[in-house]
Design a protein around this ligand. Structure first.
Ligand code: MN
Length: 321
């Protein structure tokens, strides 16, 4: 069974510093080990893929990436730098690597242009965006130009978590809740709902959003979202499709990244259908072999397994079969 994984991280030496906030959630030695793995492509990464049964990684700059840059011109420069690097890596290993563009959202027009350059000229699959950009989430009207361009190019945006712009009251005094253990999922799932309720998907009905980590808590919540949406005043907002779940099922795709557990996979399958679930490992933060073995042995049909393992990626990301 061919396997294409969509949440596979890397870094280049010039941009290691952007990861400081993510690294802060881990012991320093463990983070340094991760940086070494993120920076490597041939010595450890490809052998690990071979041993684990992973054919292709769609690579993204490690979180928070360019979004952490406070200088707009430097963000534009560094996005080009890392996308140019990724382009040449993919050219050398076209069957093993594909790419998500990093975007300088500090200048939304430049971000849209960089997305187009990466997709049209480099054959990238779309863009990877880590959380917010300096406190602005993707539903901000300034980013409509990016959604418009992504929809016109017919490429998805992969929304990956990043440290939140501030610490919400409920987390204060319990910083162990921040980061990938819990806070990232809440933040990213909430941002996906902000996109729905800001009517981004009403303005751009063909836009595609990909969420990692088995859907950042959303697949479990569809019935309750719809039920409360119907009862509540919902802030005066009216959705063209009526119910929030319609957008989750139409515009949102999820990956298995970082979740090797059958219960949430089965829940996601029932909630969203096998056409909207794709493979991700969250390399190097999870074990590739464990993630691939999980999918190979999961209690699902061979048809669904093939869609998740590679067919959906080939179709949505236009990766040659
Ligand atoms: Mn990740």
């Amino acid at each position: 069974m061919k396997t294409i994984a969509l949440e596979e991280h890397f870094v280049i030496p010039e941009l290691v510093g952007y990861g400081a906030s993510t690294g802060a959630t881990q012991p320093p030695a463990a983070w340094q080990h991760m940086v070494n793995l993120l920076s490597d492509f041939l010595e450890h990464r490809i052998p690990t893929m071979d041993q684990g049964g992973l054919d292709m990684q769609v690579l993204s700059l490690n979180s928070p990436g360019i979004q952490a840059e406070t200088d707009t011109q430097r963000a534009i420069h560094n996005a080009k730098l890392v996308n140019d690097f990724l382009k040449s890596l993919i050219e050398q290993h076209p069957t093993r690597f594909a790419g998500w563009a990093a975007l300088p959202l500090q200048d939304p027009g430049a971000a849209a242009d960089e997305l187009e350059r990466a997709v049209r000229d480099f054959g990238f699959c779309g863009a990877n965006i880590n959380g917010h950009c300096l406190g602005k989430y993707l539903d901000h009207p300034d980013f409509d130009v990016v959604w418009e361009r992504a929809a016109a190019l017919d490429v998805p945006i992969y929304l990956h978590p990043a440290p939140a712009p501030d610490v919400p009251h409920v987390f204060r005094g319990h910083e162990e809740l921040l980061g990938p253990i819990w806070g990232w999922g809440v933040d990213t799932g909430t941002q996906a709902l902000r996109l729905i309720f800001s009517k981004v998907f009403d303005r751009h009905p063909t836009a595609k959003l990909i969420l990692g980590h088995m859907g950042e808590l959303l697949p479990f919540s569809l019935w309750r979202l719809d039920s409360r949406w119907e009862r509540d005043t919902h802030n005066g907002i009216e959705l063209d499709l009526g119910r929030p779940s319609e957008y989750v099922r139409r515009n949102i795709y999820i990956t298995t990244s970082g979740v090797a557990s059958a219960q949430p996979l089965l829940a996601a399958l029932l909630a969203m259908g096998s056409d909207h679930i794709l493979l991700g490992t969250d390399y190097p933060f999870e074990d590739v072999r464990m993630m691939i073995d999980f999918l190979k042995n999961a209690p699902i049909s061979m048809i669904d397994r093939s869609k998740i393992a590679h067919q959906n990626a080939e179709k949505i990301l236009r990766i040659p079969a």
